[in-house]
Design a protein around this ligand. Structure first.
Ligand code: HAM
Length: 420
């Protein structure tokens, strides 16, 4: 038997219902905030991720799915969505437009991770990227949009952990101070951190192995190294978040695992229990320098992404969703061939009028049809029989109260809609 690859999931059954629910909330919120849908390729030139996510990031060093295509090109399955959107923005010269571009996506990502709860090799993110505006209002909009989507999904006790890495100057000053502080102590940290001191010292701060060590707790804080401009900018973002009533906590250990960030960086968690507290549902930040690094002009960018797989796991723990079931509106019943012809027509008409309809598609007898209608939680039954059809009539039965009534065949759609 062939089984699914390690770290992947088939999304079906009740998980699929929750998944659809998440997508509906995401789509309507994105539309209210005026974000444009974008779909970029599932694979890109490997170089794109090396230059954006960064050579020294864990993702590029250990986790990408790389292959050579038949034309001997180096190709990578996307491990995240930002790089592709920024590539498309530059390729289409959208930086020349007078307005900021506000994109959202909802797509699968691929990282060769060690599979565990909440950590998959194929997972799905919804996310946004706003390109072309450096206004602090946009930082606040992006953070609040992420917060409000999770809130609309009834995930309680949300907290945004936020930090600022500042501009290039602030970041470099901080990096210098951090290296100076860590160099004499590095032997006490894990092997990966010893390597990171040379390649990407900031990443040491969010090392999963050493995160609780005193050395990291007492490390210099990014906030203390922000120059005046970066500090004022960060304070403005926080002020806007206060106005929007977003629950946030400044956390100087948030540096994020991708190399492209500057200024605002953030992650969002639910504080409800230990599991949801350590399970980061989404994160993001500003990446102003990335557009130039990918051969565009000086510009601005900020975005976030949330993992739907992780969100669905959290929803499953919420009472509201525990009894979620598939429900259809109408089940159309028939037995004979002649009844079947009428059923075909009625079913199509109901469906084209937006009524969720199922019918006897396995040649069942009446008893089997009643059982199937119950399994599908059908609200109404439409029952066809030859004698009634000759008189131009059909029966509509309420599957909860069991009340039934014969109605005009020609008015079946109106009669059904009137009862739903
Ligand atoms: P990220 O923090 O790498 O950021 O991923 C964002 C979210 O995707 C995580 O918080 C988590 O919910 C989900 N996620 C990440 N890896 C996995 C995995 N292996 N299995 C399941 N879920 C996962 C980014 O990807 C950035 N592109 C976000 C961003 C957009 N920054 C700016 N714009």
């Amino acid at each position: 038997m062939i089984t699914k690859p390690k770290g992947t999931n088939d999304i079906k059954g009740n998980d699929a219902l929750l998944w659809e629910y998440v997508n509906n909330v995401v789509n309507s919120m994105m539309s209210a905030y005026n974000y444009e849908f974008i779909r970029t390729p599932i694979f890109e030139a490997s170089e794109l991720f090396h230059r954006s996510v960064g050579e020294s990031s864990d993702i590029v060093k250990k986790e990408t799915y790389d292959f050579k295509d038949k034309g001997d090109r180096n190709i990578t399955l996307r491990p995240e969505g930002t790089a592709g959107v920024v590539r498309s923005y530059i390729e289409n010269k959208e930086y020349a437009l007078p307005d900021a571009k506000k994109y959202y996506y909802n797509e699968t990502m691929y990282r060769y991770e060690r599979p565990q709860k909440g950590r998959l090799r194929e997972f799905t993110q919804f996310g946004v990227e706003v390109l072309g505006s450096g206004d602090e209002l946009v930082d606040a909009e992006v953070i609040s949009l992420q917060y409000n989507i999770l809130n609309a999904l009834h995930i309680s006790n949300l907290q945004v952990n936020i930090n600022s890495l500042g501009d290039n100057e602030s970041r470099n000053n901080y990096k210098e101070a951090l290296v100076k502080y860590l160099t004499p102590k590095i032997g006490e940290l894990c092997e990966d951190c010893q390597e990171r001191l040379k390649t990407n010292p900031l990443r040491i701060l969010d090392c999963k192995v050493d995160k609780d060590s005193e050395i990291l707790k007492n490390a210099p804080k990014t906030i203390d190294y922000l120059n005046k401009e970066s500090k004022e900018r960060f304070e403005k973002v926080l002020q806007y978040l206060d106005y929007l009533d977003i629950d946030y906590q400044v956390d100087s250990n948030i540096v994020r695992g991708l190399d492209y960030y500057d200024h605002t960086v953030f992650e969002i968690v639910s504080l409800d229990n230990e599991e949801t507290k350590s399970n980061v549902l989404g994160g993001g930040g500003r990446y102003n320098k990335l557009i130039k690094e990918l051969d565009g002009p000086e510009s601005y960018g900020i975005g976030f992404a949330c993992g739907i797989d992780r969100i669905v796991e959290v929803l499953k723990t919420i009472d509201l969703y525990k009894n979620i079931q598939k429900e259809i509106e109408v089940y159309v019943m028939f037995v004979s061939e002649e009844e079947k012809l009428h059923a075909l027509d009625i079913v199509q008409n109901l469906r084209l009028n937006g009524v969720m309809t199922e019918t006897n598609n396995m040649n069942k007898g009446l008893k089997g049809e009643f059982k199937e209608a119950d399994r599908l939680n059908a609200k109404l039954l439409v029952i066809l029989n030859n004698e009634d059809l000759k008189k131009g009539l059909v029966t509509i039965k309420d599957n909860a109260t069991k009340e039934e009534e014969k109605v005009d065949l020609d008015e079946i759609v109106e009669e059904v809609i009137g009862r739903l």
